[in-house]
Design a protein around this ligand. Sequence first.
Ligand code: NDP
Length: 288
Amino acid sequence: MTARLIDGKALSDQIKADVAERVRALKQRGVTPGLAVVLVGDDPASHVYVRNKAAACEKAGLYSQVIRLPADIPEDQLLDIVRGLNGDPDIHGILVQLPLPAHLNAGKVIETIAAEKDVDGFHVSNAGLLMTGRPLFRPCTPYGVMKMLESENVSLWGAEAVVVGASNIVGKPMAMLMLAAGATVTLCNSKTRDLAAQTRRADVLVVATGKPGMVTGDMIKPGAVVIDVGINRSASGKLVGDVDFESARKVAGAITPVPGGVGPMTIAMLLVNTLEAAERSAVPATID
Ligand code: NDP
C-alpha cells in the first residue's frame, strides 16, 4: 500500500483564491484588510518567512506592512510600536515574528498585541477562547491542518487523534481543535514513556516536534492519516519533516509531504485570519 498524498500546495492556492475574492468584496465596502508584520533582528529563516507572508498578502490584495527593527531594540520601544499598530485603523492583523532576541520577553510582547488583531492566535485571551470552545483566531498552523483534514473528508468524530509535540503554537492548539471536532485526543511530549504505543493507536496522527524523521512507519497504524508539521533542514540542505516519509507512506492511508504539505497552509490561514479581522471591523455598528 502507498499512502495518498495530501496536497497542501493545491489546497492553499484554493484558499488564497477564495480570500482574494472576499478581499475584493470588502474593498467595495471601503475596507482593505491590512497586516503588520514586526521583524526584530536578522534571523535568516525569519526574513524568508516574513517575505513570503508579505508576498502572499500582496497577491491576495491585502495591504501589508513589514516593520524591520534592530536586534538590540529596547523592549519598551518595541511595545510602543505594537501599541501604535493596535491603534492604527488601517491595520487589522498584527504578527510579531518569533523567535525574538533573548533580551525581549516574547510573552509580554504578544500580550501587548490587541487580542482582536492577534491573527497568530497566540495571545492568552485567544488561547483561552480556543480552549473554552469560543475561538476568535485559530493559530494558523493547526487551523491549516484542520482545513486539510476537512478537504480529505477525514471524520474526527469519535476518532483517536494523537498529537506528538505540545508547543503553545502548534501541538496544544492542534489538540484543542481536534477535541472540539469530536476526537479523543492524546497529546504527547518528550517525556511520553512509550511513544510508539501512543502513535500506533492513532487514526489521525499529527507530528510537530522539530526532530527530523522521528516517527517511522512501524509507529503508524495501517491506514492512518499522518500530518507532518515539521520543517527541518537536513545536512544536505533538503527540507525534511518530523516523519520518516519513505517508511511512513508504506503504512499510512494518507500523508502530507514536506515541503508542500502543512507549510503552505500556514500562510493561507494567516490571510484568512487577517481577512476575517477586517470583516469584523467593517460590521456596521447597530443602534438599539
Ligand atoms: P517546539 O520546539 O516549541 O516544541 C516541540 C515539542 O515537541 C515539545 O512539546 C517537545 O516536548 C516535543 N518533543 C520533542 N522531542 C520529542 C520526542 N522525542 N518525543 C515526543 N515529543 C517530543 O516546536 P514547535 O511546535 O514550534 O515546532 C515543531 C515543528 O514544527 C518544527 O519542525 C517547526 O519547524 C515546525 N513548524 C512548522 C510550521 C509550519 O508552518 N509547517 C509552523 C510552526 C512550526 P516537551 O514539551 O517535553 O519539550
